[in-house]
Ligand binder design. Structure first.
Ligand code: NAI
Length: 253
């Protein structure tokens, strides 16, 4: 099967940062994009910007860790835009907590968003990809999958996404669906701005310090991830599946 002429893409956490850059890029490339996010107003603003630029976008409020909300949101996307063939599992949150002070609630919250949530959304939409006989799933992991001081919950979830990706590549390959992960390094976004604040640095200082240990000598931008996602969802990437692509300005792992 080949890609539908007007593919529908879902981008979770698409309201800001990496997700917003991916949503805008996929819209520019002819996808009708559903921006699913916890933050309804920011999702609406992102969708409006895509529409103003001539694209098609729909903002849908959704907590991806909530099974009923995921069902309702994906049903809304199908009714408004049609069945999706592209899913970008991007929503995430990564607050810091050392292991001795980490509560069970913090652990469950972070795993709920960064691992369980991606399972829930994927399960809700995968039937449409299989029915089309063509699909692309791209999940945003992280270099934190290799270890992250003070964020063992986040690191565990991001490592789990690699197993999730590889397993689904095996399961869905026969149905024309590729499944890959992107593991970003330091990307300028609200998430890294929050890390700067936690460390008592200005964001500029935080970026400068991070860039010193990155071989290409700079931090990443959301567009760096959008470029890679654009390739992975393209028809040309049909022989690439079960891979984790590090987009981190240097080798990782
Ligand atoms: P961000 O904080 O700027 O954006 C995350 C988006 O996800 C927000 O719009 C937020 O509202 C949404 N979100 C959070 N929880 C949600 C939930 N339960 N349901 C629906 N939406 C939810 O973060 P950023 O940097 O754009 O991160 C995007 C992805 O990239 C995340 O998965 C993050 O873990 C990953 N990542 C980011 C890196 C970075 O340096 N910024 C590095 C490696 C991975």
């Amino acid at each position: 099967m080949t890609r539908p002429e007007h593919p529908v893409a879902i981008v979770t956490g698409g309201a800001r940062g990496i997700g917003a850059a991916v949503a805008a890029r996929l819209a520019r490339e002819g996808h009708a994009v559903a921006v699913l996010d916890l933050d309804e107003q920011a999702a609406a603003d992102t969708a409006a910007a895509i529409s103003a630029a001539g694209g098609t976008a729909l903002a849908v409020r959704c907590d991806i860790a909530d099974e009923a909300a995921v069902t309702a949101a994906t049903d809304q996307v199908v009714a408004a835009l049609g069945p999706p063939t592209v899913l970008v599992n991007n929503a995430g949150a990564g607050p810091a907590a050392g292991i001795t002070e980490m509560t069970v609630e913090q652990w469950d919250h972070v795993l709920g968003i960064n691992l369980r949530g991606h399972f829930l959304v994927t399960r809700a939409v995968v039937g449409h990809l299989v029915a089309a006989g063509w699909g692309r799933i791209v999940t945003i992991s992280s270099i934190s999958a290799h270890g992250d001081d003070g964020r063992s919950h986040y690191s565990s979830a991001k490592a789990g996404l690699i197993g999730f990706t590889r397993s689904l590549a095996l399961e869905l390959g026969p149905h024309g669906v590729t499944v890959n992960a992107i593991a970003p390094g330091f990307i300028v976004s609200d998430m890294t701005a929050a890390s700067a604040q936690r460390l008592g640095r200005t964001f500029e200082e935080h970026q400068r310090i991070a860039a010193e240990s990155i071989p290409v000598g700079r931090v990443g931008r959301p567009e760096d991830i959008a470029h890679t996602a654009s390739y992975l969802v393209s028809p040309e990437a049909g022989f690439v599946t079960g891979q984790v692509i590090h987009v981190a300005g240097g080798p990782v792992g």
